[in-house]
Design a protein around this ligand. Sequence first.
Ligand code: RP5
Length: 154
Amino acid sequence: MGSKSDLPVMQDAIDILVEFGIEIEVDIVSAHRTPEKLFDYGKYAHTRGIQVIIAGAGGAAHLPGMVASLSPLPIIGVPVKSSNSIDGWDSVLSILQMPGGVPVATVALNGAKNAGILAAQILGSSDADILDKIITYKAGLKAKVIDSANELKK
Ligand code: RP5
């Protein structure tokens, strides 16, 4: 994430990945305040065994796009609605509108939970244990909806 102030939002991604039992690394890398760290992170993450990067930032949110420009890994972008944001549109548009050839899979504003789930799904496409956990998770979602519908009928 771009700042410690993003943590309350990004915690949702951490929590769901921990729930899935996926090993994670959490770090603060600012595109504007620590550009050298950003370069090293993006350039070398794949050489350290990292397989997917979730990058969350707010405002002029250049972190996800710049990491995508440096890394061969799949990058998931989380637009964070920071305190000085223009209703979050600044974050959304700066992460969403990437040029051809440099994709960032952008989730909803503050959508860190979905970023975590998507990261797990990417890993699950080549890991049967993770895939099983996703299948179980989705079955849980379905059961909750069915239970709520049944509750209404009582
Ligand atoms: C971005 O600026 C960060 O990702 C954060 O969302 C926003 C504000 O950062 P702070 O001023 O709170 O550190 O780079």
